[in-house]
Design a protein around this ligand. Structure first.
Ligand SMILES: NC(=O)c1ccc[n+]([C@@H]2O[C@H](COP(=O)([O-])OP(=O)(O)OC[C@H]3O[C@@H](n4cnc5c(N)ncnc54)[C@H](OP(=O)(O)O)[C@@H]3O)[C@@H](O)[C@H]2O)c1
Length: 299
C-alpha cells in the first residue's frame, strides 16, 4: 500500500487528487495536510489540520506518517498577493519545499511538486521543459526557486508545471477563470477580458491524473501539463460562453495595459507537451473538449 501525503488537500487540485486516489483505496492510503478544517467534501481519508509553514510540526507529522509519496499542491497562488507579501510567499512557496525535500531524503519518499508557466517571461510562447526560464513576477520567481530546491536535492522528484487551472471545488470556496466567467454571464453582467495574454488552460481532473501517473511511473524531472491549444484569455472566455450557452456579447476585449495590476503577467505562455505525451503517456485535449467534460461533471 502506497502512503500518499497531499499538502493543500482543501485546494482546487488537492480536492481533485483526494477524490481520484480514493477510487483505489486498496492501492493508496491518503493523508491530507491542509489549513483549518477538512473542506474537501470527503471524510474517508486521514486529514491533518496544519500550518505547513511551521517547520517542526510539518516534519513531525511526516515522520509519523512515513509517506512513500508527497504531492505538494499547497502554495501562495495569487500573483498580486505574492508581490505584496514577499516574505510569506517565500516561506510557503520555497522554504516548505526545502523542508519537504529534507524529510523526503530521510524517508526516501518521492516528491511531486507543482509549478507554473509563470517561470517564463512569455515573450516566446509554447514552451518546452528545456526552454530558458525568466520569471517577471515574484510568484514566478518563488516557484522557480522551489524548482531549484528540488533540482539540487538528492531525492526522487517530479515537477509538474501547469497553466490556469480550472474545475470545481466542493464548497465553492475559491473561483477560477471558468467559474468566474460562467457566473458573471449567468448574472447577465458585462465583463472585460484581456485579449493580449495567451494561455493553455488546464482541467483540474487532468492535472490530478498527471500527478497520479507521475507517482505510478515514478517519473523524474520536469513535465509540462496543460491543454493543447493556445488561446487568448478573451477567446477562453468566449468558449466558456459557447459551451455553457451564455451571452458572449457581454464579454468585451481590453488590453493588459489598462488593468494596472500589481504584478506583471507573461503575455504568451502555453506548453509544448510532446515530452509529456511520450514519457507519461498523457495526451491533453483542446480547451473546448475539456470544457464539455467539465460541464458534464457539473450536472
Ligand atoms: N490555479 C492555477 O491556475 C495554477 C496555475 C499554475 C500553477 N499552479 C500551481 O498548482 C498548485 C495547486 O494550485 P491550486 O489552484 O490547487 O491552489 P489552491 O486552490 O490555492 O490550493 C492550495 C491549498 O493550500 C492550502 N494552504 C495554503 N497555505 C497553507 C498553509 N500555510 N498551511 C496549510 N495549508 C495551506 C490552502 O488553504 P486554504 O484553502 O485555507 O486557503 C489551499 O487549500 C500550486 O502549487 C500552484 O502554484 C496553479
Amino acid at each position: 500500500m502506497n502512503k500518499v501525503v497531499i499538502t493543500g488537500s482543501n485546494g482546487l487540485l488537492g480536492q481533485s487528487l483526494v477524490s481520484l486516489l480514493l477510487k483505489e483505496k486498496e492501492k493508496y492510503q491518503v493523508f491530507g495536510l491542509s489549513r483549518g478544517i477538512n473542506r474537501s467534501g470527503r471524510n474517508d481519508f486521514s486529514y491533518i489540520s496544519i500550518d505547513l509553514t511551521d517547520e517542526r510540526s510539518l516534519k513531525k507529522e511526516l515522520q509519523e506518517i512515513q509517506p512513500h509519496v508527497i504531492i505538494n499542491t499547497a502554495a501562495m497562488t495569487l500573483v498580486d498577493v505574492c508581490e505584496d507579501q514577499k516574505k510569506a510567499c517565500d516561506v510557503l512557496n520555497v522554504s516548505v519545499v526545502k523542508w519537504l525535500s529534507e524529510v523526503s531524503e530521510e524517508l526516501k519518499a518521492h516528491v511531486i511538486h507543482l509549478s507554473t508557466d509563470f517561470v517564463f517571461d512569455g515573450l516566446k510562447g509554447v514552451y518546452k521543459e528545456t526552454d530558458s526560464t525568466n520569471p517577471i513576477s515574484y510568484y514566478g520567481m518563488s516557484k522557480l526557486k522551489s524548482e531549484e530546491v528540488l533540482l539540487k536535492s538528492k531525492i526522487d522528484f517530479t515537477i509538474l508545471r501547469t497553466i490556469l487551472v480550472y474545475g470545481k471545488v466542493f464548497d465553492m470556496s475559491r473561483s477560477n477563470i471558468v467559474l468566474w466567467v460562467k457566473q458573471m454571464l449567468e448574472e447577465g453582467k458585462e465583463m472585460t477580458i484581456v485579449e493580449d495574454q495567451y494561455r493553455m488552460p488546464t482541467f483540474v481532473e487532468d492535472l490530478a491524473m498527471a500527478c497520479k501517473i507521475s507517482m505510478d511511473k515514478k517519473a523524474t524531472g520536469i513535465y509540462h501539463i496543460s491543454s493543447n491549444e493556445l488561446l487568448s484569455v478573451y477567446q477562453i472566455a468566449q468558449q466558456v460562453a459557447e459551451v455553457f450557452q451564455l451571452d458572449k456579447s457581454l464579454i468585451k476585449p481590453i488590453s493588459s495595459a489598462t488593468l494596472n495590476q500589481r504584478a506583471q503577467r507573461p503575455p504568451k505562455t502555453g506548453f509544448d507537451v510532446s515530452k509529456t505525451n511520450k514519457e507519461l503517456g498523457f495526451y491533453p485535449k483542446s480547451f473546448k473538449e475539456d470544457l464539455y467534460r467539465f460541464k458534464a461533471t457539473m450536472s
